[in-house]
Design a binder for this molecule. Structure first.
Ligand SMILES: O=P(O)(O)OC[C@H]1O[C@H](OP(=O)(O)OP(=O)(O)O)[C@H](O)[C@@H]1O
Ligand code: HPA
Ligand SMILES: [Mg+2]
Length: 183
């Protein structure tokens, strides 16, 4: 394990742990109201969405199942390759189910637009998207996203599940990474 202190590799905290929790609680209330009387399956996208899923679902007032897909498009760099690979598929048959995709970030949008098309092809009752972060200036494709936690500037961020080269996911806040780390 790297024993350098994580804070030394950061430029600035953009969103604090407290801000994240407050926003996730608001979103959970909206989502619960939206699906009133319906069963919804939460689909997380590994690995980045682990923290969002864990905290978001605990703000829901009632029970909801979760499932996971693992895809990768970023590898070890800071730019999306645009080539999405399924590393792990859902365990659940989503035919006729209401699906809510839970994501950490929409950057270029390439990953989610691919996932959404893939899930749509399985004849679910509905598919909606919730993302903690979105970078409007980085969008390469438009994505219909019903719930967004925070719109952020077009900078590479880490923490709260988001990695650079698999590191920094355990940072509790969302922060910008110092260029010395990746240049
Ligand atoms: O909108 P995009 O430009 O496609 O980028 C967003 C995707 O990139 C990251 O995943 P990554 O491929 O790094 O996998 P990870 O979640 O395991 O870190 C992130 O978690 C999103 O899934
Ligand atoms: O800004 C980012 N940080 C970490 N992972 C990412 N995947 C897409 N954008 C980002
Ligand atoms: Mg990543």
């Amino acid at each position: 394990m790297d024993t350098t202190h994580i804070q030394d590799d950061l430029v600035e905290v953009l969103i604090t742990e407290e801000q994240i929790q407050t926003r996730l609680a608001e979103l959970a209330a909206e989502v619960w109201e939206h699906y009133e009387g319906k069963d919804v399956l939460l689909v997380g996208v590994l690995k980045g969405a682990v923290m969002v899923m864990a905290d978001f679902m605990r703000h829901l007032p009632g029970s909801a199942p979760m499932d996971w897909m693992a895809v990768s498009s970023y590898g070890s760099g800071t730019k999306s390759s645009g080539v999405v690979r399924i590393l792990k598929d859902l365990d659940t048959d989503i035919t006729d189910k209401h699906v809510l995709i839970v994501e950490d970030i929409i950057d270029s949008g390439l990953t989610l637009s691919w996932i959404r098309a893939n899930l749509d092809s399985r004849s679910p009752a509905s598919v909606e998207i919730l993302t903690l972060l979105r970078k409007p200036e980085a969008a390469k494709v438009e994505i219909d996203t019903r719930w967004v936690g925070f719109d952020i500037a077009n900078e590479f961020v880490v923490g709260y599940g988001l990695d650079y080269d698999e590191g920094y996911r355990n940072l509790r806040d969302v922060a910008t990474l110092a260029p010395h780390v990746y240049s």
